[in-house]
Design a protein around this ligand. Structure first.
Ligand code: NOJ
Length: 528
């Protein structure tokens, strides 16, 4: 069977607000993305996923949608999206949109109707409930952004559920009309040539109809994530969710080769169910394990990756995500030197990799001062602000890093290192992070073993290093990663030719029986 484009390709996540501002309002836009397609093609990525671009009051920066079938004027117009799709396709690039089905904005006409009276025909499109006997919220569920997940609506005297911000009321997916309306949204974009969707919080769509209380996590301590405060026994991963994913998938399947990607934060044993019993649910349930490792250590990586590989259902295609718009950047989590090692890992593992914009440069979190925080989660918990990882893309040495014209103030501050770390400067430096990423992507494209081959971790004695083999037909490659900043020696077998090092400086034949690595070095080796 010929592999599909979503199996062989590299996904690149664009946060549109922060990519390129062409109209001088300090916020990135669709023409900005179109303008950078040549860059993305040069970089070698294949599939562009755009975070939400639809009309929105921006309480959660586009994840609060007030019209699913249009473009927010901040980003452009439907015609400008058509141009982007056409130009992307012309270059062989695919375009994936964010689909946000769990909640709308409170300014969506559906919610406006729903809240207007208890008798309104759209009342049941959202999750409304009478107060508890003491007048408080109907149950103990908490929002991901902190506090109760219920908001009292004075006009009708009932509470509505919002798993995120109060301005993001949850839709009632038990209601068949909601389902049909949302599948029509999928069709609207598929008809416009969109290649697939990344589905926001897919595992949260169904809620317990009895609204039972969640058990409290006794180990939760202040400083832990607010979302870990309770075990979400009754408002996530409910049995009925799989029927919905199958329905979404069947809408996509009528359009040929399209992709359904699920945002799902669950332990692997539960995550893999989202492929579907007959592989008829998500093509790619996002695998976020590289976010939540208990440590950046060889033994941990090996255990996590091997376990994932062993739990994948037969025929299911793996995927890996290193960073996104909700987590600190990888270069900040593990340091810039190790970020190269992580990039080598991401782009040489088996399965579709997702790269977050700017990570190809090794961009780092930018500290956004308290008074400038935009993110609703950051306003509640400054230490958890997501603005830090959403700052403008660093294009060149001009003012605002070339993101916005010089006379405007970008919506978030540009990183101070932009004069030395940007696309333009990096393209001229053969050893830069960017050139390293591009070479990795190119090797992944050229070598069937990396793109499609088997994965096997390798037992060896050095605890600072993680080693695995990728194979396809007669070809064998080793990936050797030094997770420490000290030099290491390993004893493997045979002879190999180094195709790439994270230092971008040395290639050639090596005796694998005594293989030296510098601190923070990763090697891609062809076994001879
Ligand atoms: C997950 C998205 O990635 C995040 O940015 C957003 O705040 C929540 N879902 C709510 O839509």
């Amino acid at each position: 069977m010929q592999p599909s484009w979503w199996q062989t390709g590299v996904i690149y996540q664009i946060y549109p607000r922060s990519f390129l501002d062409t109209n001088g309002d300090g916020i990135g836009d669709l023409p900005g993305i179109t303008k950078k397609l040549d860059y993305l093609q040069w970089l070698g990525v294949d599939i562009l996923w755009l975070s939400p671009i639809f009309p929105s009051p921006m309480a959660d920066f586009g994840y609060d949608i007030s019209n699913y079938c249009d473009i927010d004027p901040l980003f452009g117009t439907l015609q400008e999206l058509d141009v982007l799709v056409e130009q992307a396709h012309r270059r062989g690039l695919k375009l994936v949109l964010d689909f946000v089905p769990n909640h709308t904005s409170d300014e969506h006409p559906w919610f406006q109707e729903s809240r207007s009276s208890r008798e309104n025909e759209k009342r049941d499109w959202y999750i409304w409930h009478d107060p508890a006997p003491d007048g408080g919220p109907p149950n103990n569920w908490t929002s991901f952004f902190g506090g109760s997940a219920w908001e009292l609506d004075a006009q009708t005297g009932q509470y509505y559920l919002h798993m995120f911000d109060v301005k993001q009321p949850d839709l009632n997916w038990h209601n068949p009309q909601v389902r049909q309306a949302m599948y029509d949204v999928l069709r609207f974009w598929l008809d416009r040539g969109i290649d697939g969707f990344r589905v926001d919080v897919l595992w949260l769509l169904m809620k317990d109809e009895q609204l039972r209380d969640n058990p409290i996590n006794p180990d939760w301590r202040p400083g832990d994530l607010p979302e870990q405060r309770q075990f979400r026994l009754y408002n996530e991963d409910q049995p009925g969710v799989h029927a919905i994913v199958r329905e979404m998938r069947s809408v996509l399947d009528t359009y040929g080769e399209r992709v359904l990607i699920g945002e799902i934060y669950l332990p692997i044993e539960r995550l893999v169910h989202y492929y579907g019993e007959s592989l008829d649910e998500a093509h790619l349930p996002f695998n976020f394990q590289l976010f939540s490792l208990p440590g950046w250590e060889a033994a941990i990586l090996r255990q996590v990756i091997d376990t994932y590989e062993s739990l994948l259902p037969a025929g299911a295609w793996p995927n890996w995500v290193l960073s996104n718009h909700d987590r600190p950047r990888i270069a900040t989590r593990i340091g810039k030197a190790q970020a190269r090692v992580a990039q080598m890992l991401l782009l040489t593992l088996r399965g579709t990799p997702t790269c977050y914009y700017g990570d190809e440069l090794g961009m780092e979190n930018v500290l956004v001062p308290l008074e400038m925080i935009h993110d609703p989660q950051g306003k509640e918990y400054p230490a958890l602000s997501r603005d830090h990882a959403r700052t403008p893309m660093q294009w060149d040495t001009s003012a605002n890093a070339g993101f916005s014209s010089s006379h405007v103030t970008p919506w978030l501050p540009v990183s101070e290192d932009y004069r030395t770390n940007n696309v333009s400067v990096s393209r001229k430096n053969i050893r830069s992070f960017l050139m390293f990423t591009r070479t990795l992507i190119e090797l992944r494209r050229l070598l069937p073993a990396l793109k499609l081959g088997s994965y096997q971790s390798i037992e060896q004695d050095n605890p600072s290093c993680f080693v695995y083999q990728r194979g396809y037909q007669k070809e064998r490659y080793l990936v050797v990663l030094n997770l420490s900043d000290e030099k290491q020696v390993l004893s493997l077998t045979g002879k190999g030719r180094v195709l790439l090092t994270t230092y971008m400086d040395f290639e050639g034949t090596r005796d694998l029986a005594e293989l030296y690595l510098r601190g923070n070095e990763g090697l891609l080796i062809e076994i001879l």
